[in-house]
Design a protein around this ligand. Structure first.
Ligand code: ADP
Ligand code: MG
Length: 593
């Protein structure tokens, strides 16, 4: 199978190399436009399809780059090769400024804000004297390579498609890396990312700037291809067309950008030729046809053309051969030294959390010592999950303090707390169902290495990546899922998903492991295996704090118990003593557990 796919790519490359030699000038020009559109759509696939943030303003970035290079090469007489860095820096900085202003807006508000700046930037081009107002700038010089001026579309073709190819490779490398995993994890909320020490805002910003830079590359190519710029190709209408390309091709796949751009531009061309014959010059009818097609697409093929292609390929291709197991890297990820048994790890002092009038946690204090398993129990609604959210920094405390490893972590964001060595699982499982088990667990090791997006895109991160994946594989082996490493997490039954969350937490090499109802939904023998795993982890020196409803499970497992009821601490002590406590019995008879 490997060799057939290699032959396919080689053949495609040859066809692409030969295309301008055999095709007419009109078709080559269309291919050039498709390449430029694909660059912008590629950014949108990354930003929208992978990262989950929709942009209706991408054409503005194309415009900023196009105008920047146009201005520098016409009024300043500089070379287009100087125009390129100038255009990219200006686009990148603009994206960063817009990002600072808008990326903290959630959901629909972010998308709405992109319309606002998309509109205003393209209007700005039409008002600036130095940019030629509505007439634009003309006489832009073509790009020259050596002494060869890329004036003809055939010549420009090679430049454009080389850039497209490199951008595709960069994006593919990026997604298949440590920052790429975190980017793929952006969809579905930032709490999970923060719990593994990743900064969702920073990731979203990097992704936004990357998408803008891809649009910037497109803008630079556009300016020196058409050698004339005016405001209209950079307005919101154009932005929507780019978005349409990404959606039509398939916003979930990089190839979708190429397919979508080809589809939209070829269709647009065909409509311009044929529509006037049908509508007898009614004008602007192509917009109506596009709108109808867009709606049909959303109804019948949300995954775009690539989803059909992929489904077809799966039918023709033999099942994916088992991948070889990862070998141990020369230098595995370093481990933390765990504190000596009995030294205080976590200390909660007078913690209070109010939700409006409700006091969910009321003046609760307790300590956890190194190498013990402490159980936190109490009836439903007692405030246990809230307590977990307070001590992991997921939500801020109304009053009180938390110390972790001798350090006051009160008010520290969850991301920082996680980096200090506090890993957690969630009562409502937070996994990324479309990612493999291996990737989900590797996400846990996020904070243990630091390859940047640039290093990842250039494939300079392979050693660190190997170390992360090996660590993830070891943790999967530990929970007995090593053989399913390449399956999708979403296909697992709920009980197994819970155990997978534990593996992810372990991949962070924590000092303290905080588990919220890990045995819920597990079968009896799965619970036994889980209990054995947790005891083994404790014997290895890990400290564990666990909320659990299954009394039999808890009593056999933990060293000590803290009991909560109505937000307050009822008592604490050895399991046998707690079991005999009348107040505890009363609380449980009154509660639902
Ligand atoms: P437990 O995990 O012990 O079952 P929780 O900590 O989930 O209890 O909830 C404790 C109380 O706090 C409950 O009454 C719950 O309704 C309330 N609560 C929890 N989270 C929130 C929130 N985000 N907003 C308002 N009330 C909340
Ligand atoms: Mg709970």
């Amino acid at each position: 199978m490997k060799s057939t796919s290699r032959i396919f790519w080689l053949a495609l490359l040859l066809v692409m190399l030969a295309a301008p030699l055999v095709l007419g000038t009109f078709t080559v020009s269309l291919l050039n436009e498709i390449g430029i559109g694909a660059l912008v759509a590629l950014g949108l696939v990354l930003l929208t399809g992978v990262g989950g943030a929709t942009s209706f303003g991408q054409a503005a970035f194309v415009g900023i780059a196009a105008y920047a290079s146009a201005w520098l090469t016409t009024s300043q007489g500089m070379s287009p090769w100087l125009g390129l860095p100038f255009a990219l820096v200006l686009t990148g900085v603009s994206a960063w400024v817009i990002g600072v202003l808008t990326l903290r807006l959630g959901g629909h508000f972010l998308a709405l804000s992109t319309i606002a700046w998309g509109l205003s930037i393209s209007m700005l081009f039409g008002t600036m004297e130095s940019l030629g107002r509505h007439t634009g700038l003309s006489g832009i010089p073509p790009v020259a390579v050596g002494g060869w001026s890329l004036l003809e579309p055939q010549a420009m073709y090679y430049l454009i498609w080389s850039v497209v190819l490199l951008a595709c490779l960069f994006s593919r490398n990026l997604l298949d890396s440590r920052p790429g995993r975190a980017i793929r994890g952006l969809r579905g909320g930032s709490v999970l990312l923060a719990s593994v020490g990743a900064d969702a805002y920073h990731l979203r910003m990097s992704l936004f700037v990357t998408a803008a830079l891809l649009a910037g590359l497109a803008g630079w190519l556009y300016a020196h291809m058409s050698r004339y710029v005016s405001p209209s190709p950079f307005n919101v209408h154009a932005s929507i067309e780019y978005l349409l390309m990404a959606v039509a091709g398939g916003v979930g796949s990089l190839a979708g950008a190429l397919v979508g751009s080809a589809l939209v531009l070829a269709l647009k061309n065909a409509l311009q030729d044929w529509l006037p014959l049908i509508t007898h010059g009614l004008g602007q009818m192509d917009a109506v046809v596009f709108a109808a097609l867009f709606i049909a697409l959303l109804h019948f093929a949300r995954g775009g053309v690539m989803s059909f292609v992929r489904r077809g390929l799966r039918r023709w291709r033999p099942a994916v051969a088992a991948r070889p197991r990862l070998t141990a890297p020369a230098h595995p990820l370093p481990r933390r030294t765990l504190p000596a048994k009995g030294t205080p790890v976590l200390s909660v002092q007078q913690a209070v959390r109010r939700f409006g009038g409700l006091v969910a946690v009321n003046q609760v204090s307790f300590d956890v010592g190194a190498g013990e398993i402490l159980g936190l129990i109490g009836p439903n609604g007692a405030g246990k999950s809230t307590m977990f959210n307070l001590l992991t920094g997921t939500i801020p405390m109304s009053a009180g303090h938390v110390r972790f490893l001798g350090r006051d972590i009160t008010g520290l964001p969850q991301r920082e707390v996680a980096r200090l060595g506090l890993a957690r699982t969630f009562q409502h499982v937070k996994l990324r169902p479309r990612m493999t088990l291996l990737d989900n667990v590797a996400l846990g090791a996020h904070a243990r290495t630091r390859p940047s997006m640039l290093r990842a895109g250039l494939r300079l991160d392979r050693e660190e990546e190997h170390r992360i994946l090996y660590e993830a594989q070891c943790q999967l082996d530990r929970i007995g899922l090593g053989d399913s490493a390449h399956e999708l997490a979403g296909n697992l039954p709920l009980g197994t998903q819970r155990v997978l969350e534990i593996a992810r937490a372990l991949a962070a090499d924590p000092v303290l492991l905080v588990l919220d109802e890990p045995a819920a939904g597990l079968r009896r023998n799965e619970k036994i295996v889980l209990g054995e795993l947790l005891r083994k982890l404790r014997d290895e020196g890990l400290t564990i704090l666990i909320v659990e409803h299954d009394m039999e499970f808890v009593m056999k497992l933990v060293d000590r118990l803290v009991v909560m009821n109505f937000g307050s601490k009822l008592t604490e002590g050895l399991p046998a003593d707690v079991r005999r406590d009348e107040r505890v019995q009363a609380a449980y008879l009154g509660g639902t557990a």
